[in-house]
Design a protein. Structure first.
Length: 361
């Protein structure tokens, strides 16, 4: 085992603090990634504070990882030292079930192994990208094109693929009308992807001041959801509507906008159940669905698509020692549009060892 500096929460009540975590030695198909930037996903906030009652402490969040390959195992063929590399939500899966064989590792029948906060198949806890380095099997990492900055690439590893996957699955493109609900960390990427795919893209948002940004990202229309006309105009004409908001809202208003066989895709995880009027589904044979990040081949496809079409995550870079402030601001929605941690600001292993006796294994 190798000890690596990381930022961890030891309980829901205590702040993030520098600790040492243990990373495994390289196996035949492993790569060691020196992390440059890690995005702060809204789900990190939920897990760090145990909002869903499933967190095991200590926890080192982070599944939006971008860095450089520092070392490779003897059998590695996909990467070389110095390659720019990304790691997302899944770092292992069974590799044998129908989902894995189809490149849908996020739906692995045995259960995919998440980048942080779960036990892997050998019983060890996974620790994420709020750390100086990570060891991962080469098949669970992505090449980052040179044209995409590592800062912008990090949020694409979750935020990007989480929008790209449903847009691709439900065939967004020319002749399709797509709605994106919310223009935050997920939504601002989704608007760019939908527009780049050639779809007529409409943004639904609470704050009218977001219109300029929505149009800048490629939206064809902007609607304020508190305006009744915005929620009835064009009823029955949308092919796909994707919600990125983590709050409870009137799903039926969006369902009524869908055309025949239109689909509403919910990506947010509100604390309260969503309520659906049956006729909202019966009319126009509409569907409501969800989507969970994406598989490894699709994630590689996504980042190459973003590189080709100039899709970027707009980020605000923060120091590893400013996590408490960043989390407070994220909870208030005070971010444009995605926080990323500059991992170079994290204390070195020697510095952590001198100031803390905490070793997480």
């Amino acid at each position: 085992m190798t000890r690596v500096a990381a930022m961890a929460k030891l309980s829901a009540e205590t702040p993030f603090e520098p600790v040492l975590i243990e990373r495994r030695e390289l196996r035949e198909h492993d790569v060691r990634v020196e992390i440059a930037y890690t995005g702060i996903c809204h789900s990190d906030l939920h897990h760090a504070f145990n909002d869903r009652g499933t967190t095991t402490y200590p926890i080192v969040p982070g599944h939006e990882i971008a860095g450089v390959v520092a070392e490779v195992g003897a059998g590695v063929t996909r990467f070389a030292v110095g390659d720019r590399i990304g790691v997302g939500c899944t770092i292992d899966s069974c590799g044998e079930c129908d989902a894995c064989l189809a490149g849908l590792q996020q739906y692995c029948r045995r259960g995919n192994i998440l980048t942080y906060g779960v036990r892997d198949y050998e019983g060890s806890m996974t620790y994420g990208g709020y750390s100086r380095s990570i060891v991962v099997n080469e098949h669970y990492a992505m090449q980052i094109p040179d044209s995409v900055s590592l800062e912008s690439a990090a949020p694409l590893m979750c935020g990007g693929i989480t929008l790209y996957s449903p847009l691709r699955h439900w065939k967004a493109g020319p002749g399709k009308k797509v709605g994106i609900v919310g223009l935050g960390g997920l939504g601002h990427i989704g608007v760019q992807i939908a527009a780049a795919m050639g779809a007529h893209t409409v943004v639904f948002n609470l704050d009218p001041r977001a219109e300029a940004d929505a149009l800048r990202f490629g939206a064809d229309e902007f609607r304020v959801v508190t305006d009744p006309r915005a929620m009835t105009e064009g009823a029955g004409t949308f092919d796909i509507i994707i919600s990125t908001v983590p709050a409870t809202f009137d799903v039926n208003a969006y369902l009524n906008l869908l055309t025949i066989d239109g689909t509403f895709v919910n990506l947010g995880v509100p604390n309260e159940p969503l309520s659906i009027v049956p006729h909202s589904l019966l009319n126009n044979r509409r569907s409501i669905s969800g989507s969970l990040s994406g598989g490894l081949p699709e994630t590689q496809e996504m980042i190459e698509f973003c590189a080709e079409h100039g899709v970027v995550a707009e980020v605000e870079t923060v120091s590893a020692l400013e996590l408490e402030d960043a989390y407070d601001r994220l909870a208030r929605g005070d971010v444009r549009f995605r926080f990323v941690i500059d991992i170079g600001s994290l204390p070195s292993e020697q510095e952590v060892a001198e100031r803390s006796s905490v070793v997480v294994s």
